[in-house]
Write a protein that binds this ligand. Sequence first.
Ligand code: UDP
Length: 482
Amino acid sequence: MADEVEMFFFPFMGGGHQIPMIDIARLFASHGVRSTIIATPDNALSFQRSIARDRDSGRPISIHPLELPQGSEQPDSDMSAAPFTDTSMLQEPLTLLLIARPPDCIVVDTFHRWSADVIDATGVPRIVFNGNGCFSRCAQELMRTYKPHDMVQSEYDPFEIPGLPDRIVMTRSQLPHFHKQKVGGKPHGRMSNSEDKSLGVVVNSFLELEPAYVEYFKKEMVKKAWVVGPVSLCNRNVADKAERGQQAAIDEHSCLSWLNAKEPNSVLYVSFGSLARLAPEQLLEIAYGLEASSCSFIWAVGKIFESLENGQRGRENWLPSGFEERLKRSKRGLIIRGWAPQLLILEHPSVGAYMTHCGWNSTLEGVSAGLPMVTFPHSAEQFFNEKLITDVLRIGVQVGSMEWASWNTKPGPPVGREKVEAAVRKLMDGGEEAAEMRRRAKDLGEKAKRAVEEGGSSYEDAEALIQELMSRKKVSTKRSSR
Ligand code: UDP
């Protein structure tokens, strides 16, 4: 019985990491596993209501607040914690908890960099969550092996990643800086030491999305992997979808009634995730491009890069003059300044495409909603995810992003308004190519939903992990009773 198994989940507090880990905990609770999310009290505020709803419906899930040692500072908890945010002040309370109340395993985010040795010393089996999909992990592993980017002359010469089942062409300018470093540091795609010593890894993806890459990842790159996504699909009611991550900057009713007034598939949803900071010049180009495309859109404007050079444009005045008034009059566009209820929007029948930064969660959420995408990557492994969307799955159009930039450094030159308009028109103005993409995207959306239903590939992988934990438990109970 799954309720004999107890799992702990220890999320990292960035949007792209915490949100899926909470979903993973809820997913295992829906399989009957006693699931406990470990978080600081401040962090727990952003998801405690959905956990309370799960408990009310009889799911065995709870939150264990980790009290910080006196005098230590609360790690960033506004959903935009950078990957290098130090969480080591949680080391002591976590260790004490694991010793006092050892679970059958703990799923830990890879960005708690100190955690592997600390947890392993307690003897609690550890499973790693790193937040990426299999395609990007495999592509980066092969980059590390063959270094095709070292053979090209310039930042913009194309190279092909060898050894992949699909032809993937990139440029050096699109690569994360750690791929270009000649010495030191283990590249991202490779199994890290912490994964190496763990029981295995849990992945937010599904077999039917990237079968060749799931297979390669499982066989060649990690000891064990359980592919259990798309985990966002565990949010089944409106309240869960509306409150996921943060309190939305728009109430769900105004958002839904705006969408209800639109024709099916007529609206483009535009969002660049929880972390990206777009430069005001880029926002301006997007605004002009969207306006020229003549399609309806919802644009979730997240954080803005504030450069001290060139005089600051100020937060409010980066839009073209009269832009918002024109949108209001024509009812063609809705701007959300801050957090958007993304799942509610993506799943609405009026939404017909998604302009995305290709963060892995957003990518999967777009896929799950059966939407074709305009890909606009900026950072992290997003350029790899773009290639999966456009070149492997063929459900997207590239806007023409060329420059990788770290989330907190000055972004490169903006992608121009003509490119934005052209990519949007390609998807939204119809035509056979767009119709094919839409068909493929819809088919993948259905496969995604089937994967998490009973008997589906992700459902079965979650069950396999539970079975593994149950057998380990039996072995250790036998040993201790001898
Ligand atoms: N998200 C959201 N509303 C927003 C911005 C982001 O709900 O306004 C959610 C989105 O649904 C996704 C997560 O935040 O689950 C972002 O993760 P992703 O991996 O796509 O990108 P990151 O934020 O890590 O760059």
